[in-house]
Design a protein around this ligand. Structure first.
Ligand code: AMP
Ligand code: ZN
Length: 131
């Protein structure tokens, strides 16, 4: 059983902050910023390709609610919502989860770097994706 399934089953402790029939949210044990929350489905799915449409909908709706909780209860002005999909993207726990990372003015966090496309690259990629 994975770590997050153990939290769902009550076999590992967590600071739970939201729960409904299909989802659970709790504080990340090693936060990027204070209040960093993880929203998960109670059912185990490795990633976005595996998750059912019903559970993905529940996960998205729970994430929206937890985001609102952070804003209302912790006076968070904004947050990053992200998901590391697969190990190459930095996914350490193989149970789908959305990160909610509170952001504050001047918190010093840097968002994703950006690169430049070479000539024709955008067209080629768009063609591959729509072929
Ligand atoms: P990821 O790298 O996207 O798979 O993120 C996994 C996250 O789970 C990391 O930010 C960890 O700090 C967090 N984490 C790992 N174990 C626990 C735990 N037992 N309770 C709460 N958060 C955890
Ligand atoms: Zn799991």
């Amino acid at each position: 059983m994975c770590i997050f399934c153990k939290i769902v089953a009550g076999e590992l402790p967590a600071y739970k902050i939201y729960e409904d029939e299909k989802t659970l949210a709790f504080l990340d044990i090693k936060p990027t910023t204070s209040g960093h929350a993880l929203v998960i489905t109670k059912a185990h799915y490795a990633n976005l390709e595996e998750i059912s449409e019903v559970d993905l909908t529940a996960l998205a709706l729970a994430t929206k609610k937890v985001g609102a909780l952070l804003k209302e209860k912790l006076n968070v002005p904004g947050y990053n919502m992200s998901s590391n999909n697969d190990p190459v993207a930095g996914q350490e726990i193989p149970h789908i989860h959305f990160h909610l990372i509170p952001r504050h003015e001047g918190d010093g966090l840097v968002n994703w770097p950006k690169i430049e496309y070479g000539p024709g690259d955008m067209e080629e990629i768009a063609k591959k994706l729509t072929a």
